[in-house]
Write a protein that binds this ligand. Structure first.
Ligand SMILES: Nc1ncnc2c1ncn2[C@@H]1O[C@H](COP(=O)(O)OP(=O)(O)OP(=O)(O)O)[C@@H](O)[C@H]1O
Length: 509
């Protein structure tokens, strides 16, 4: 009887073509197969003793076959893939089947490891052309200079000048209106112009400016597909078609949605920082806490947003390379948006990566100065660079470059004396002399910093910042990545998130 049950179980398995390969999908199924083999040996020796375990095995096999059928029927794609795999490898010995599976698993891991060769290829060959087609249809790729009225100058970098501006409604001649009103800015204030924008004029005649403008445009399009919530909304670009008081014919302009009046640097200049951001971040004044706790909560919420955005861009192979308060715009809703991708590098395909070229603000730049070691060669053609990028990323952890800058931003937010330019410069001199060891700096600095915010909750903030501001260690690691920072106990408690949720709930009442 035992042998007939055994043979019927085996036949039924064979009929369903599930015999050994079923084991690939579930550890329990694998156990049944092993059980079946050991049972055969055991049965030859002692048929009576083995009867009980036979029932067990047949029950297990039946359950497992059912389980496999159920799980495969939930995912028709897997079912057909599984069936194809079965028929393609039916003739192969077990070892080779395993070899194929291990190879496929390894390839999958490689293609999906940071910086994401597979998703990058999908983006390049499918999503980017799709976005281009969609934008062309909706007119986003055919912006004109007459679509905008340029206002105040907001800032100037090496490669561009930034202005505030507005979108001119269709069927209105903005220049005529300005001439009638006499003053450009007064005209912009009248109610006709509903949508504010930020315009960046790429400098003409400055070496590398044009290239930098093209890179910034490329990064903005790339992020608008990959991580739109992390950065200011990019509206497109145009080339000025004539020269007048604002435009020079042939000059390139980039345009973004206006995200907010102030950046983090502006807020930090105020003596009242971080309380000046309390109602922006949480929608109200936090109650039932002393001022240090309120300050700490606001800073934690800002830092959480910065690190979360960094994680998203790093997941896509992009390193910003210019993280600083002036490049973090605060929206009306309390969201922190990254801006200024002119210095960013995409290390999946080597975009904007030139060996030994630092484009950085020395106050926020890590000691290694470069995102990849100096001896890294010029990137090969894009598909080859993309193929090699997971190895390059694993060996060099380029994302840790931004994490150092994020650490400096945290230190500045938490220690008031480091918010001034001179305070930060002095800190940078001191930290260099102690080999970028924050604990040593704490012991030796003469600046008597107020560390109370970082020392709260048994010094969680201090511990985090010491793990961000440091030299690279073994294998160019030794600093926390954005993902690891988000798992640090500083963020773990989530009190800032609770406050944010509670404030949102009370606002919607
Ligand atoms: N989308 C935006 N919404 C609101 N303000 C913005 C936006 N983009 C830029 N700004 C403001 O303009 C300023 C300058 O922008 P940006 O940093 O891109 O220019 P830049 O010329 O490269 O300057 P720098 O090189 O000195 O950082 C920012 O500090 C910010 O205050």
């Amino acid at each position: 009887m035992a042998s007939s049950v055994l043979s019927s179980a085996a036949t039924s398995l064979q009929q369903q073509n599930h015999k050994p390969t079923t084991t690939f999908f579930s550890p329990t199924r694998f156990t049944s197969h092993n059980q079946l083999c050991s049972f055969t040996t055991c049965f030859k020796r002692n048929p009576v003793k083995c009867n009980a375990s036979l029932d067990n095995i047949s029950e297990n096999l039946f359950k497992n076959t059912l389980e496999l059928d159920q799980s495969l029927s939930l995912f028709p794609v897997f079912r057909s893939g599984y069936e194809q795999f079965q028929s393609a490898t039916a003739e192969l010995p077990e070892m080779e089947k395993w070899g194929i599976l291990v190879f496929a698993g390894f390839t999958w891991l490689y293609l999906t490891a940071r910086p994401g060769v597979l998703i990058g290829a999908i983006d390049t060959y499918f999503l980017a052309p799709l976005q281009f087609g969609f934008d062309s249809l909706t007119g986003r790729r055919s912006l004109k200079m007459s679509d905008f009225l340029v206002g105040n100058r907001l800032g100037e970098g090496t490669f561009g000048v930034v202005y505030s501006g507005v979108i001119v409604p269709k069927n209105m001649n903005a220049e005529e209106r300005v001439q009638k009103n006499g003053r450009r800015n007064a005209s912009m204030m009248d109610g006709q112009f509903k949508q504010k924008v930020i315009l960046k004029k790429v400098k003409i005649g400055v070496q590398g400016a044009e290239e930098c403008g093209d890179f910034e445009e490329w990064f903005n399009y790339r992020l608008s597909r990959a991580a739109p919530e992390t950065c200011a909304k990019f509206l497109g670009s145009f080339i000025a078609d004539k020269t007048n008081s604002q435009f020079t014919k042939g000059g390139k302009w980039l345009v973004w949605k206006f995200e907010g009046d102030l950046d983090l640097a502006d807020y930090m200049k105020d003596r009242n920082f971080p309380l000046n951001l309390e109602s922006v971040m949480f929608g109200r004044v936090l109650q039932g806490m002393d001022s240090i706790e309120r300050n700490a909560l606001i800073i934690k919420q800002i830092m959480r947003q910065i690190v979360t955005s960094l994680k998203k861009i790093h997941d896509n192979g992009i390193v910003h390379r210019d993280i600083k308060p002036a490049n973090l715009v605060v929206t009306k809703k309390g969201r922190i948006k990254l801006i200024d991708f002119g210095a960013a590098a995409d290390l999946r395909i080597g975009k904007n990566f030139v060996p030994k070229l630092g484009l950085l603000d020395p106050d926020y730049c890590p000691p290694e100065l470069y995102v990849l070691p100096e001896e890294t060669p010029k990137p090969p053609p894009e598909p080859i660079a993309a193929f090699l990028s997971p190895i390059l990323w694993q060996l060099n952890s380029p994302d840790l470059f931004d994490m150092y800058s994020a650490g400096i931003v945290l230190l500045q937010m938490a220690i008031p004396t480091l918010r001034s330019t001179s305070g930060l410069k002095n800190f940078n001199l001191e930290i260099k002399t102690v080999g970028y060891d924050l604990n040593k700096w704490r012991e030796r600095t003469r600046s008597r910093p107020d560390l109370s915010i970082l020392d709260l909750d048994s010094g969680r903030g201090w511990d985090l910042v010491t793990k961000l501001i440091s030299e690279r260690g073994f294998l160019r690691r030794g600093r926390l990545s954005a993902a690891a920072a988000l798992r640090h106990p500083y963020f773990f408690l989530g009190s800032d998130q609770a406050a944010s949720v509670i404030s949102k709930l009370s606002l919607t009442k």
